[in-house]
Design a binder for this molecule. Structure first.
Ligand code: NAI
Length: 546
């Protein structure tokens, strides 16, 4: 972590998580900074601290306890927290993000210890600029939610704050965005979740959600105050309900540096999975037929980016849309229905209604099924067997999370397709042994994409986030999958390579920003060097004068 010119002394230093090193302060630093006696006499290294923490963490039995322990570590010492996350990303990402973060949000009021980020509530209307002024750092990156659709768990109100906090931890760990640049924001506009409204430990406003003009005015006040407080800040919308997510994205994407990870980040990671699967089959994107189970933010986001990619490969938009079918809770998305929300209209087909997924597969004969319905077990054995009958190598993505909402498990996907499925998941699964082969399913996690996109945007001073950037991110991610990955059925690179992945994505995103004129700077000779120079390593620096 970079040292600031004004290092606090004594207890104030030990209580500043951005600067604290705990027992790793050297004796000379302890003398110079008024720390003598405030720490036990032994001096440890960062590595020893990390080992000790991991040993303690592994001694805890429940994932929620581990989540709490990791949060408490971050509140004490961000450098050590990030060191631990970076060095054990496979083990810790599921604890600080999905699936554990879902459980943590459901119990947020019970486990809440210290505030992190900003809570801006309906009661702050007219004063949002003052609330933002209370934030002590110059934010470059905001992740904001109103908590109405947390993962597949629905309206969790202010308890949804776990999501922006978790996402920003991944920005810092996976892409090296300095934590002081990251600001999690909860827009508490109330909740319509009756259980929360009754819960005595709930931390949010006890009122129903603002709606209509009141909600829009509140969002508008936040958006303009945030851009004034932090000029050029990148704002990531996170876990807004469908009826606001699409509107907000469309309203702000042409006037501010914003994106919606549920729509666009998901799209890029799924498209990368499709590119990766096609490298196994040798098939062409424009020959695929995709059937989505789910027609919400994830589904339409992925569909839009797949269409854009098909068009980039020479298809007409009409032909591309013909290859994409959505199914929601009421059946196949077809014109014959009169209940279609606006975001689904672009994928409505001239086809008789079909109520169930298996019949849709039999009629449409898709090459890929993509589960983003947040309904567990919907890729039944029959669904999987039918996909394997129709395709030599069916593409099966069960992206819903947390794990209880997954359309099928990895084991089910391989077993019911005779080991032929090209499988990606939204939840983490252990390797599967089937037919004497070991398959290593990898999570199509947005964390492969958004940290790199954010880093690239920050490094290039991007003023807008475009679909072309997400397409570049998807292509880059798929290119980083190795032959060895593919041989074991993995459609994504190994997670421990995430910082290299994010760096490579950031370079491509920055190039798009420079070349399309959506950047405040000029393209440097060495974009890679520019990006690398912005990535911090979680290591301790000496606070003594050189
Ligand atoms: P959403 O709430 O916007 O959409 C859910 C859709 O599923 C709706 O269109 C709904 O009508 C449909 N649906 C509900 N029940 C159904 C049923 N029985 N059959 C068919 N369709 C049904 O949610 P969103 O954002 O699209 O996310 C969906 C799921 O995908 C969530 O579990 C989320 O956590 C997961 N997700 C995973 C990601 C990843 O792994 N990279 C990224 C983003 C989302």
């Amino acid at each position: 972590m970079s040292a600031s010119s004004a290092i606090p002394r004594g207890l104030a230093l030990l209580r500043d998580p951005l600067l604290n090193k705990g027992i790793a302060f050297s004796l000379a630093e302890r003398d110079a900074l008024g720390l003598r006696g405030l720490l036990p006499p032994h001096v440890m290294t960062l590595e020893q601290q990390a080992d000790r923490f991991m040993k303690n963490l592994r001694g805890l039995s429940g994932d929620l306890d581990k989540f709490v322990a990791l949060n408490a570590l971050r509140d004490r010492n961000e450098t050590l927290f990030l060191r631990v996350v970076c060095d054990n990303i496979d083990e810790i990402q599921p604890l600080i993000y999905t699936p554990t973060v879902g459980l943590a949000c459901q119990k947020f009021g019970d486990i809440w210890q210290r505030p992190r980020g900003l809570y801006i509530s309906a009661g702050d209307r007219g004063h949002i600029a003052e609330v933002l002024a209370n934030w002590p750092h110059a934010a470059r990156l905001i992740v904001v939610t109103d908590g109405e659709r947390i993962l597949g768990l629905g309206d969790l109100g202010a308890s949804g704050m776990g999501i922006p906090v978790g996402k920003l931890s991944l920005y810092a760990a996976c892409a090296g965005v300095h934590p002081a640049l990251c600001l999690p924001v909860m827009l508490d506009v109330g909740t319509n979740n009756p259980d929360l409204l009754k819960d005595k430990n709930y931390i949010g406003l006890r009122q129903n959600r603002l709606r209509g003009g009141e909600y829009d005015d509140f969002l508008e006040e936040f958006m303009s105050a945030a851009q004034q407080a932090f000029p050029g800040v990148l704002i990531q919308f996170e876990d807004f309900a469908n009826h606001n997510a699409f509107r907000l994205l469309h309203r702000y994407r042409e006037q501010a540096c914003v994106f919606n990870d549920d729509i666009q980040g998901t799209a890029a990671v799924a498209l990368a999975g499709v590119f990766s699967a096609l490298r196994v089959t040798g098939g062409k994107l424009n020959d695929q037929k995709l059937l989505f189970l789910g027609a919400g933010e994830a589904a339409t986001g992925i569909a839009d980016l797949v269409v854009a990619a098909m068009v980039a490969q020479g298809a007409s938009e009409t032909d591309a849309r013909r290859r994409i079918w959505l199914m929601d809770s009421r059946g196949l998305v077809v014109w014959a229905r009169n209940d279609l929300a606006e975001h689904k209209l672009g994928y409505a087909h001239d086809h008789p209604p079909v109520g169930d997924f298996l019949s849709a597969i039999r009629e449409l004969r898709p090459t890929a099924i993509i589960g983003v319905s947040a309904v567990g077990g919907t890729f039944t054995p029959e669904v999987l067997k039918t996909m394997a009958e129709l395709n030599d190598r069916p593409i099966v993505f069960a992206l819903s999370n947390p794990t209880s909402k997954a359309e099928c498990s990895a084991e089910e996907a391989y077993r019911h397709t005779g080991g032929t499925a090209l499988f990606a998941c939204g939840s983490p699964y252990d390797p599967v042994t089937f037919d004497s082969r070991i398959f290593v399913p990898r999570q199509g996690n947005n964390s492969y994409i958004f940290p790199g996109v954010g880093l690239g945007a920050i490094a290039s001073g991007a003023t807008r986030i475009t679909d072309e950037m997400f397409m570049a991110a998807a292509r880059t991610l798929a290119d980083l999958v190795t032959d060895a990955d593919r041989a074991q059925g993995s459609l994504y690179p190994a997670l421990p390579r995430i910082r290299e992945v994010s760096c490579r994505i950031a370079v491509e995103v920055a190039k798009v920003a420079y070349q399309r004129g959506v950047s405040t700077g000029r393209q440097p000779d060495d974009v890679l060097e520019r990006v690398r120079s912005q990535m911090f390593e979680p290591v301790y620096h000496s606070y003594l004068p050189a």
